[in-house]
Design a binder for this molecule. Structure first.
Ligand code: C5P
Length: 400
């Protein structure tokens, strides 16, 4: 049966791009119901979307409908997916707080289908912590977020906030409408985030890992039907929905937790930025600075356990293990060594000195190196897309 997608357009300049999206969906046999906020109709007319979608465009909560007994409920009931694109800061805030004061926001509250939100706005607005908190809140309810691109914005500023290309949104819609269920019945153990090593009761040594890569893998594995255990060090990210999240602090805690769940896991992915050194002894009291004279404190560091290496020694027959190698030089050579020493099936290598790669970026540029020597280099991609590519590869190994 044909799928029905609700396209909710809110008042941003990028709303003109949605004409292409609606046209592409229609051409591929998807039924589209376009809903527009009052603001959106200032940018582009409902007539454009009526012509492209072949259906009445709904804009008014109070208008009588011949098709539905109660318009907003009738529309919500038909949807297999609700897409809000472009999503303004205002509309994101309304959704995050369940406000239903126009047709589209009321459909959003009545809707029970999955939701994809594509924020698009000025970069300062996008960075605003209130907007970010609202986006995180939506994520915690299981909403899918299509991260905006960086580039020249309509306001003349260069920054993050552009609506991604229509093809990117279209692909995301298709994967949500027709989810791959190719990891059903598999248990995936992923670690993510940075570990922290205490110096004294108030200080610690951390690192720049944000957890974004591992969290994207956890989300994608879950979407593909896997049962996911996410062992997370420090991160500011919201817990993914439907994932068993175990929060840890130190590398030793992370190691103990990973080893505990290893025997019941089919797939193990080590995406955490695990600290390589910890304090030889943690001070029981806060280390005091002296009142005068030069300040200097010596900290003795000792190596931590390499979690993946430890797990590699205990790897069971069909278990699949994937690790990462963040390198600043001799990428392939160093990654190959790690692949071997950690007994991995493949390693995801990246040169962290490259623009758009490594820690604290939204994108990554990775090369897969397999046990059989195969090397596959991918172009610069969003970390969410890298997660898809990693799991496609894992599924190939499962089927081999
Ligand atoms: O050796 P290196 O730290 O560069 O290896 C990176 C890979 O090993 C990552 O997948 C990381 O999660 C994992 N690792 C680990 N335990 C450590 C250090 C790194 O599992 N102590």
């Amino acid at each position: 049966m044909a799928k029905t997608v609700g396209i909710g357009i809110t008042g941003g300049i990028a709303s003109y791009k949605i004409a292409d999206l609606v046209s592409k969906l229609k051409n591929n046999g998807i039924d589209v119901i376009v809903m527009m906020t009052e603001g959106a109709t200032r940018f582009i007319t409902p007539l454009t979307f009526k012509t492209l979608s072949g259906r009445e465009v709904v804009t008014d909560l109070w208008s009588e409908s011949l098709e539905y007994k109660v318009q907003h409920i009738g529309i919500a009931e038909q949807l297999d997916l609700l897409v809000i694109a472009p999503a303004t800061a205002n509309f994101i805030a309304k959704m995050a707080h369940g406000i239903a004061d126009d047709l589209l926001s009321t459909v959003a509250v009545a809707n029970t289908a999955p939701v994809l939100v594509a924020p698009a706005m000025n970069s300062d607005m996008f960075k605003n912590p209130i907007v970010q908190d609202n986006i995180k809140k939506l994520q915690s309810y299981g909403y899918h977020i299509q991260d905006p691109d960086s580039g020249m914005l309509a306001c003349g500023v260069v920054g993050k906030g552009r609506l991604p290309a229509v093809d990117v949104i279209y692909d995301r819609i298709m994967s949500l409408l027709y989810p791959k269920n190719d990891m059903a019945g598999k248990r995936v153990l992923v670690n993510a985030g940075s570990t922290c090593e205490d110096i004294d009761p108030v200080r610690f040594i951390g690192n720049r890992g944000t957890g974004r890569m591992g969290y994207a893998i956890a989300r994608e594995a879950c979407a593909r039907g896997a049962e996911v255990i996410l062992v997370s060090g420090k991160t500011h990210l919201e817990a993914p929905a439907n994932v068993k999240l175990i929060e840890v602090w130190s590398s030793q805690e992370m190691c103990d937790t990973m080893l505990k769940y290893q025997p019941i896991s089919d797939i193990i992915i080590g995406a955490a930025a695990v600290g390589d050194f910890r304090l030889a002894a943690i001070a029981e009291q806060k280390i005091k600075k002296t009142d005068d004279g030069p300040q200097s404190v010596m900290l003795e560091l000792v190596g931590t356990t390499d979690i993946l290496k430890e797990m590699g020694k205990r790897k069971q027959g069909s278990q699949i293990m994937v690790g990462f190698a963040a390198e600043t030089e001799n990428l392939l050579e160093n990654a190959r060594k790690k692949l071997k020493s950690k007994n991995l099936d493949f390693i995801v290598a990246n040169d962290v000195t490259m623009e758009g790669a490594g820690f604290a970026t939204d994108t990554n540029v990775v090369t897969f190196i397999s046990r059989n020597g195969e090397v596959v280099s991918l172009p610069k991609m969003m970390k969410e897309e890298v997660a898809v590519a990693i799991l496609d590869r894992v599924v190939n190994l499962l089927q081999a």
